[in-house]
Design a protein around this ligand. Structure first.
Ligand code: AMP
Length: 188
């Protein structure tokens, strides 16, 4: 079973929810750059102050910042026996940096959550109501989708070409999607 995992998919696909469930089931750390950045914002650090305006616009925080953050996180003890990356890499430069930095423990499987666009917008608007995330306004959502298509979607081809991609139908509910992921992990 793959223990060095990445979960990719459009914003609103349910990556964060599924990632937390997978990480708990496998006993590996869930490494979410979005959560790490939101923690920096909440703590009011210099990095958080820099990142907040970018995140609220739906744009991406500079590669150098997130690459350094993930590099440091992967060096922690709990990541030695595996990890699940969520929200990183998001650009080709980040994917190449990860390949370089983690050359001795490469990704084993990339779970690609597939959800159509209408459904992700519906889910994000609902999350805006429930969680009150400041980057879940309608305008930001549209921008995040555009950024995803331009910068992150090409990574699907990148990982498919490397034979790592495992597509998962993400249109169902949380438990149905999780059981699809569990089955895929068992088969991989
Ligand atoms: P997420 O929680 O993964 O949806 O991320 C929320 C926001 O944090 C994104 O819209 C970006 O502004 C920023 N972010 C998270 N991960 C990255 C990343 N790998 N590269 C650049 N920006 C990121």
């Amino acid at each position: 079973m793959g223990r060095r995992l990445l979960i990719v998919g459009p914003p609103g696909a349910g990556k964060g929810t599924q990632a937390a469930m997978i990480a708990r089931a496998l006993g590996i750390p869930h490494i979410s750059t979005g959560e790490m950045l939101r923690a920096q914002v909440a703590a009011g650090t210099d990095l958080g102050k820099q990142a907040k305006a970018i995140m609220d616009s739906g744009a991406l925080v500079p590669d150098a910042i997130v690459i350094a953050m993930v590099k440091e996180r992967l060096a922690e003890d709990d990541a030695a026996c595996g990890f699940l990356l969520d929200g990183f890499p998001r650009t080709a430069a980040q994917a190449e940096a990860l390949d370089r930095e983690a050359a001795d423990r490469p990704l084993e499987l990339v779970l690609s959550l597939e959800v159509d666009e209408e459904e992700v917008v519906r889910r994000l608007l609902k999350r805006a109501e429930i969680e009150g995330r400041s980057d879940d306004t309608e305008e930001t959502i549209r921008n995040r989708m555009a950024v995803y298509r331009a910068q992150t979607e090409p990574l699907i081809t990148y990982y498919r070409d490397r034979g790592l991609l495992c597509p998962i139908d993400g249109m169902g509910g949380i438990e149905v999607t999780f059981s699809r992921i569990t089955a895929a992990l068992a088969a991989a």
